[in-house]
Design a protein around this ligand. Sequence first.
Ligand SMILES: CC(C)(COP(=O)(O)OP(=O)(O)OC[C@H]1O[C@@H](n2cnc3c(N)ncnc32)[C@H](O)[C@@H]1OP(=O)(O)O)[C@@H](O)C(=O)NCCC(=O)NCCS
Length: 160
Amino acid sequence: MLREPEARDRAAFIELLASPEVHTYLGGPRPRAELERGTPEVPERWPGSFVVDLDGSMIGQILLRRATGHRRPAAAGKADLGYLFLPQAWGRGYAAEACAAALGWLTDALPGEPVVLTTQTANAGSMRLAAKLGFAEVERFEAWSAEQWLGMWSPLTPPS
Ligand SMILES: CC(C)(COP(=O)(O)OP(=O)(O)OC[C@H]1O[C@@H](n2cnc3c(N)ncnc32)[C@H](O)[C@@H]1OP(=O)(O)O)[C@@H](O)C(=O)NCCC(=O)NCCS
């Protein structure tokens, strides 16, 4: 289920951001002590910020944001998809199901709106997920000392 973040998700948010495994291809985790100090009691809520809830517990996060400052012109100003799941939830199809639902939500809110996604090409799970959701390659580029993949999704193109 996709829902708004709640106060009871705080520990899972910290776990997600402090996990070295989750941040293998995302520039490394943040120090747990810093997260314990800085994470608000009630997480910020805004349209496009989803907690992925499985049987009453947070297993991941999905973000749909305007990529206003994106470094690639093709992505600037577009809706941008991001996803992070706790390692114990990986490999069961939850990310694919949850991201497809978030894209459906966006299409209901903004019909015809395209979505971009950037991921490291070395991130095999994320690359496969992007393809499964129907993202098509726009370009590859170097950033943060690694090859990055920029993909675009359109509600008008059915997933493969
Ligand atoms: C990437 C991530 C979201 C995938 O979550 P998940 O719940 O395991 O994904 P799913 O189970 O829905 O799998 C989606 C597809 O990717 C494939 N996949 C998942 N992990 C994989 C891996 N490590 N290697 C190869 N394929 C993988 C699945 O097999 C599935 O494809 P299939 O249906 O053809 O078999 C998860 O690993 C994660 O949170 N990683 C850390 C955060 C991150 O890197 N986010 C990317 C930010 S750009």
